[in-house]
Design a protein around this ligand. Structure first.
Ligand code: FES
Length: 419
């Protein structure tokens, strides 16, 4: 051990540091992407909080790929595989330094599941933290009208806007740091799974006035996450006690309730695998079963009017989970990183009806679209094992062309898993 300690001392460690719990702070970081570009700052804030509570912080910065910056070109080939690379990097840096507990940061489609997967892989105490969503877009001279860049690209392709307006959307469509503010995977999964603190998913990462600095609310999240980690360590509560089949079903229910991404299917299955849950217990059919019961209640982008910052204003993901819990659509007895169950966490959270007048969330009893109209799980001669199709509440979609031929060969209805 003398040689190891000599090396640690050369890196600045003092006598006391060898007696402290070593906490890995894992951050997929790049200064080139808005989803993760605050992670050096967030890691520093987390380290300060760790030191305040008597721990020693140990940084792990990993590669990270932005879907938003790589899609449509060769770089996209590195996107999905980066999820596994990040997971492996975090494991290597945590295990290779005999660290005691771990906090991970995730902010984009692949770095969010990659923030959970190494925790599921290992039995140590742990806690995941999410980065917040971006605020609403603002286009100068167009009023406070939101127009996402993707919509502007489509509008330009249709000849509805000119090049100048497209350029304005490019310059102002994404107002600053944070995950995509629509209901893509980054926004909700770890919180619904019980691996991130309630309410942290929807908090804006930055403000319009200061688009890249960490917000005070995110600083508070960092302190709360570190406190939760130390409490989890005391209780000996590890990710594997939190990521159970029921917790995965909760995450799936929230995906369906809010109209989340089809990527959630890929990532939830990967997390289940890392958590050692047998495929016979949790597989793609669980999505179909949950999806047949959970209606679409979120009026949020990309299918709806509002964004994560609007959801945040009415209480965030906890309100969604409370609505689902009251309707018997999520499991209340799942443990979470607060050290309490889902039902205990939601005890003081209002239902949708109690919120009064708003149209960001609809009640389960009067949803935006009934159950069975979001992500469909399909099987057919084009995809003998399975495929997914996202309707986001569009009940009038007709399958055409090769799709229709393929599915109709087996059954006139595209959904083939029996309820
Ligand atoms: Fe990173 Fe959407 S591109 S969260």
């Amino acid at each position: 051990m003398t040689c190891a300690r000599a090396n640690f001392r050369a890196a600045g460690w003092k006598d006391d540091d060898f007696r402290k719990p070593l906490i890995t702070i894992a951050a997929p970081y790049s200064n080139s992407m808005p989803c993760n570009n605050q992670f050096r700052d967030l890691a520093d804030i987390l380290a300060e909080e760790v030191e305040k509570l008597g721990g020693k912080a140990h940084f792990c910065f990993t590669p990270v790929i932005s879907d938003g910056e790589s899609q449509g070109c060769k770089a996209m080939r590195y996107s999905l595989v980066s999820r596994e690379v990040i997971t492996d990097c975090i494991e290597v840096m945590h295990e290779g330094y005999h660290a005691d507990a771990i906090i991970t940061l995730g902010g984009c489609d692949k770095s969010v599941p990659a923030a959970v997967m190494p925790l599921a892989r290992k039995a140590g105490s742990c806690c995941a933290v999410l980065r917040g969503a971006r605020g609403r877009a603002f286009i100068p001279d167009a009023g406070n009208v939101e127009r996402m860049v993707m919509e502007a690209i489509g509008a330009y392709g249709q000849g509805l806007i000119d090049l100048e307006e497209l350029h304005r959307a490019e310059c102002h469509g994404l107002p600053g740091s944070g995950s995509c503010s629509a209901m893509f995977t980054a926004c909700t999964m770890p919180e619904a799974l019980g691996m991130a603190l309630p309410g942290t998913a929807s908090k804006p990462a930055a403000t319009r006035d200061d688009p890249r600095s960490v917000t005070e609310r995110k600083r508070q999240d960092c302190a709360a996450v570190v406190a939760a980690l130390f409490s989890l360590a005391e209780k000996g509560l590890s990710a594997r006690k939190i990521i159970t089949k029921k917790a995965l079903e909760n995450a799936v229910a929230v995906v369906y309730a809010l109209g989340g991404s089809t990527n959630a299917v890929l990532h939830t299955l990967a997390i289940a695998h890392e958590a050692g849950i047998p495929e016979s217990e949790f597989n793609i059919e669980n999505f179909h079963r949950v999806g047949q019961r959970v209606p679409l209640i979120g009026n949020v982008s990309p299918h709806g009017r509002y964004h994560m910052s609007d959801l945040d204003k009415i209480g965030g993901v906890p309100v969604v989970m409370r609505e689902l819990l009251d309707a018997g659509l999520v499991h209340g007895d799942c443990m979470t990183v607060t050290g309490r169950t889902v039902a205990e966490n939601l005890a003081g959270t209002p239902s949708v009806a109690a919120l009064g007048l708003q149209d960001v969330l609809y009640p389960v009893t009067k949803p935006l679209a009934p159950a069975g109209n979001h992500i469909l799980v399909l099987k057919g001669n084009l995809a003998p094992e399975s495929a997914v199709c996202k309707l986001s509440g569009k009940t009038d979609i007709e399958l055409t062309g090769a799709f229709a031929d393929s599915w109709n060969m087996l059954d006139p209805k595209p959904v083939l898993f029996p309820a």
